[in-house]
Design a protein around this ligand. Structure first.
Ligand code: SF4
Length: 382
């Protein structure tokens, strides 16, 4: 069992999508007939995992899957259940992930009324041909229109997802996508390079040599273009894949990276109580049966002290928060700076990292090889 004495984030996983994107290995189903039953199950889990006195919540995040698939009434049920069983801060950040094809004027207004105050819109690219290759359910026009609708409904805190290193894409296409995106002037962007995962359509195509995918060199060049264009446009590259203007950082995700406790609701959702991690089963039908009998079973992932130390190193170095030497010593009783004195000096000299107020932070060059840097700083697992 996890002990959630203090919560800061609440994540609700909506495990349904209209169709499967060819690159995606998240937990979702396209069998929408069990959507209403799932909403009841999620409401039940919210109640089962609540405590007395109520836990305080600073951020709520509806992720997926595709949360924008929820009917207005279903979203209202979930929001009301959260407010009944949790102590939601009046200034809470409440994010909903949305796909452009689900957005119209009425939908955007109903989200606003339900208490959503931040939207994360999955655009990926503005090129219709590539959207088809990705098997996305929307068009470029719908993406542009969706931003208009949500702005007209009064949303300012908007994030968009874009992808690079896409099949059949080129630097010209990426620059075109970025130009369109910069014109939209959104406060937050999440920009990911495509990675080919096993058990996805792209994974199969790759094994069967059915399509050429960008090389590591393409990936690196594209990532550099993204970084440079965004910096020129006053975005802060505050996490490996995240960019914010005027400090509009994602409070929910920042809380993950700072290792604050959070509760994950729904099939496959992860939770963290400040010490240990756990997750729900990634199977909609088994999850629903568990909710029917009122038994929310969490699969605990016990972490050794060394694993916790390495996780701290990894999550901190991927963000602008940086690896805090003093905090590391307080938490783990190890002087990491001293343990890795030579290596830290070397990466700072090579322009891969820098020191700021007793914290080690990576530069963009460091982000490019962050896995290698982290691996060198990790403590051996016995
Ligand atoms: S909409 Fe999102 S979660 Fe659903 S298949 Fe596509 S990328 Fe995956």
């Amino acid at each position: 069992m996890l002990h959630h004495k203090k919560l800061s984030g609440l994540y609700i996983h909506i495990p349904f999508c209209r169709k499967a994107c060819n690159y995606c290995d998240f937990h979702f189903s396209t069998q929408l007939h069990s959507l209403n039953r799932m909403v009841k199950g999620l409401a039940k889990e919210l109640k089962l995992r609540s405590s007395t006195p109520k836990s305080s919540i600073d951020t709520i995040y509806f992720g997926g899957g595709t949360p924008s698939i929820l009917a207005d009434q279903s979203l209202n049920i979930l929001m009301e259940t959260i407010k009944t069983y949790y102590n939601v801060s009046t200034s809470a950040e409440v994010t909903l992930e949305a796909n452009p094809d689900d957005i119209d004027s009425d939908k955007a207004k109903s989200w606003k009324r339900a208490g959503i105050n931040r939207l994360s819109i999955g655009i990926q690219t503005f090129n219709d041909k590539i959207l088809k290759i990705l098997n996305r359910s929307h068009s470029a026009d719908q993406a542009l229109k969706s931003i208009e609708w949500v702005r007209q409904a009064g949303f300012h805190n908007i994030s968009a997802d874009l992808m690079f290193a896409l099949p059949d894409a080129s630097d010209i296409l990426l620059n075109t996508d970025l130009k369109i995106l910069m014109n939209l002037d959104l406060p937050h962007l999440s920009i990911y390079g495509l990675t080919i995962e096993d058990k996805t359509v792209f994974g199969n195509w790759k094994i069967q040599n059915k399509r050429a995918f960008p090389s590591d060199a393409d990936y690196e060049r594209n990532y550099r273009i993204v970084h440079e264009v965004l910096i020129q446009n006053q975005y802060e590259h505050y996490e490996i894949s995240s960019f914010a203007k005027n400090k509009h950082f994602s409070r929910h995700n920042s809380s993950y990276w700072l290792q604050n406790p959070y509760l994950g609701i729904g099939p496959g959702a992860h939770s963290f109580d400040g010490e240990n991690r756990g997750h729900n089963i990634s199977n909609n039908q088994i999850y629903l049966k568990q909710m029917d009998i009122g038994h929310a079973q969490l699969i605990i992932e016990p972490l050794s002290l060394t694993e916790k130390m390495n996780e701290y190193i990894m999550t901190r170095l991927r963000t602008h928060f940086g690896l805090d030497f003093e905090q590391f010593e307080e938490k783990f009783h190890r002087d990491i700076r001293n343990d890795h004195l030579k290596f830290i000096d070397q990466i700072c000299l090579e322009g891969l990292a820098f020191l700021e107020k007793n914290k080690l932070k990576l530069t963009f060059a460091g982000f490019l090889i962050s896995d290698e840097i982290c691996a060198r700083l990790f403590y051996p697992i016995s």
